[in-house]
Design a binder for this molecule. Structure first.
Ligand code: COA
Ligand code: AMP
Length: 634
């Protein structure tokens, strides 16, 4: 049966050039593209080649110039600092133009990189948009990462300037950012010329003379900077995400395709119009924050909320309902873990009743699998559709969703519904052949990927090819396994690599293992993500100690936990490890992670035929039971 979704999907796959060429008309172009899709160097496809644009112009100036300058663009709601600040499109444009002037005065221009290491304050969005305004490439680093992770990103991106703040606030704890930044710069080989620091009154930062500049002082003397036209294919940003090693991948996003796809998605997927208030409760350090706190809602011209708080504890499990009712939010987007946290603190949903949620229409969830319990709890208490959708840092927007602005399909729990227009999603079996409907396999996307997706990895075309393009020639490998049923509903089951998802944050167990291996007493180790009621998954370490180590094992465990926090950051939530005599391995020496995983998650498992010594499994099981994971079997 046909409907607007079916029609859009068919059009986007049958003739992507005419589909996206049509959608691109909603954006402002200084110069129209020569080609909608340049397929001359597969798999390096490029969208809108020859076109000239400015992302910041499309996000801000366009609305001001079309007479909507007094419309609210951004509401900063910060229960942790007891602040609400509102910016109209004109006010935001003026602040961004001034900060663009600050950057330009420091010699930042087209193609230069700027790292942004900031808490959830409006200056983070202003800095991103200011980079876009002058054609500089931003790279936002999540505040929960440690100095070492920041240093790795500084070395790769080689920023001319770093923009940061004196501190962030985690519920009631003030976290000083500046010492972490100073330490990262100390560790990095590549040094920025300047750091521009927002001084927050809760913890003033000490400044390095000659290098560090105060945001307010620089803004006070800055001249506003105009938008600089860039090529549609020029990079807008680099966002580092976990790969299978300690070296993160620098996902590149371009200007033109990103703008076209994101603007289109606001109506097609989220059913958002210009007069709506939209809220993505995430962090600017993640892709959700880039796409749906900052860029897409501003392209659309609606109002976006930037929330510096948590689902619980700021001050209670009614925090989300307070924001929705106070700002008349029509649609919100967050990770399921946030709703699990609320459900845990207020299982009966009593606090919902204290607020007027009449403006609220739809809840979108992504970042990890949405468990049916959480969806049903939210449906029951909020009385709005709850829509799971699936995407990745690499893709920048949803691969599968219930496209609420095109056609709302019945929700099937456990499924993010169907492939979004633009995404020719398929399932491949182990031999690389298409799997029949209903059979699990690798989720892959036939090339070309739609606009707005990664054209490559920063300075690393080879890793782009190796990570995404090599295993299934002609297709993008999502590294998720799943099913597409006979009705086209997609089910995303698990990652096929060693990435885990902790409270909606993507982390590499390989990176954690690299840290653990550096402990002098550790001979061998494995880190696995085990199921957790609140965070979805949490990492657990298994350590084999060097022969002859007689120290108190509790002390060793404390040390490795501290090392991961110190080297990767608190966001890794690495809190549990255990000592075992040996790790279960195949005869060829591969650690049997999936077997350990199944024991931890209480799933049935067969002892693999290739195991070198099955007698090790009971020890692993006892260790997991002791830590509160696996249930003892008879
Ligand atoms: N700066 C500094 N530290 C940070 C930080 C930041 N921006 N963000 C998180 N941290 C710290 C936390 O304080 C915590 O430290 P702790 O170990 O000392 O307690 C640690 O990193 C883990 O943080 P978090 O994952 O947020 O767990 P939590 O237990 O504090 O809170 C939730 C749990 C569910 C409330 C929280 O994860 C949440 O709100 N998630 C929303 C989902 C989300 O934003 N996902 C992003 C993708 S859409
Ligand atoms: P990130 O790059 O941080 O956005 O993480 C992307 C990964 O999170 C995906 O590859 C999936 O493994 C997982 N993920 C995101 N959204 C969903 C979802 N709706 N259902 C299942 N897994 C998801």
């Amino acid at each position: 049966m046909t409907n607007p979704y079916v029609e859009a999907y068919r059009h986007s796959i049958a003739d992507p050039e005419s589909f996206w060429g049509e959608m691109a008309k909603a954006c402002h172009w200084y110069r129209k593209w020569d080609k909608v899709l340049d397929s001359s160097k597969p798999p390096f496809y490029r969208w809108f080649t020859g076109g000239m644009v400015n992302t910041c112009y499309n996000a801000l100036d366009l609305h001001v110039e079309s007479g909507r300058g007094d419309k609210l663009a951004l509401i900063y709601d910060s229960p942790v600092s007891d602040t609400i600040r509102r910016y109209t499109y004109r006010e935001l444009r003026d602040q961004v133009a001034l900060f663009a002037g600050v950057l330009a005065a420091q010699g930042v221009g087209k193609g230069d990189r700027v790292i942004i290491y900031m808490p959830m304050i409006p200056e983070a969005a202003i800095a991103m948009l200011a980079c876009a305004r002058i054609g500089a490439i931003h790279s936002v680093v999540f505040g929960g990462f440690a100095a070492n992770e920041l240093a790795t990103r500084i070395n790769d991106a080689k920023p001319k300037v770093i923009v940061s703040a004196s501190c962030g606030i985690e519920v009631k704890r003030v976290i000083a950012y500046k010492p972490l930044l100073d330490q990262a710069i100390e560790l990095a080989q590549s040094k920025p010329q300047h750091c521009i620091i927002v001084q927050r009154s809760m913890a003033l930062a000490s400044m390095v003379s000659g290098r560090d500049l105060d945001w307010s002082d620089e803004m006070a003397k800055a001249e506003p900077h105009a938008c600089v036209p860039v090529l549609a294919t020029d990079p807008l940003y680099i966002l580092y995400t976990s790969g299978t090693t300690g070296q993160p991948k620098g996902v590149v996003r371009d200007n033109g395709g990103h703008m076209v796809a994101l603007k289109w998605s606001m109506k097609a997927i989220y059913d958002i119009d210009e007069d709506d208030v939209w809220w993505a409760a995430s962090d600017v350090g993640w892709v959700v924050g880039h796409s749906y706190i900052v860029y897409a809602p501003l392209f659309k011209g609606c109002t976006t909320i930037l929330y510096e708080g948590k689902p619980v504890g700021t001050p209670d499990a009614g925090a989300f309902w307070r924001v929705i009712s106070q700002h008349k939010v029509s649609t919100m987007f967050t990770a399921p873990t946030a709703y699990r946290a609320i459900k845990r603190d207020d299982p009966e949903g009593k606090l919902v009743k204290d607020y007027d949620l009449s403006s609220f229409r739809i809840l979108f969830l992504a970042g990890e699998r949405s468990d049916p319990d959480t969806i049903q709890w939210s449906e029951r208490h909020l009385k709005v559709p709850v829509i799971d959708h699936w995407w990745q840092t690499e893709t920048g927007w949803a691969i599968a969703a219930n496209c609420m602005g095109l056609h709302a399909y019945p929700v099937k729990y456990g499924s993010p519904t169907k492939a979004v227009p633009g995404w020719n999603l398929q399932v491949m079996d182990e031999e690389g052949n298409p799997a029949p409907a209903g059979r699990i396999g690798a989720l892959v996307v036939e090339l070309p990927l739609p606009p707005g997706t990664l054209p490559t990895l920063w300075n690393n075309d080879q890793r782009f090819l190796d990570s995404y393009m090599r295993d299934y020639p002609g297709y993008y490998k999502t590294a998720d396994a799943g099913i597409i049923d006979e009705l086209g509903y997609v089910y995303v089951m698990a990652r096929t690599d060693d990435i885990i998802n902790v409270a909606g944050h993507r982390l590499s167990t390989g990176a954690m293992e690299e840290v653990l291996s550096d402990h002098p007493d550790v001979a061998e180790c494995a880190v696995l993500g085990v199921a957790d009621d609140l965070k979805g998954q949490v990492p657990v370490g298994f350590l084999v100690l060097n022969a002859g180590v007689t120290r108190d094992v509790r002390e060793i465990i404390r040390e490795v936990v501290d090392m991961v926090r110190e080297r990767i950051g608190p966001v890794a939530a690495f809190k549990k490890a255990t000592i075992v005599k040996r790790l279960p391995k195949t005869r060829s020496g591969k650690i049997l992670r999936s077997t350990i995983q199944k024991i931890a998650d209480n799933q049935d498992f067969k002892v693999p035929a290739t195991i070198d010594d099955p007698s090790i499994l009971p020890e692993i099981e006892i260790a997991l039971v002791t830590m509160g994971y696996a249930k003892a079997r008879n």
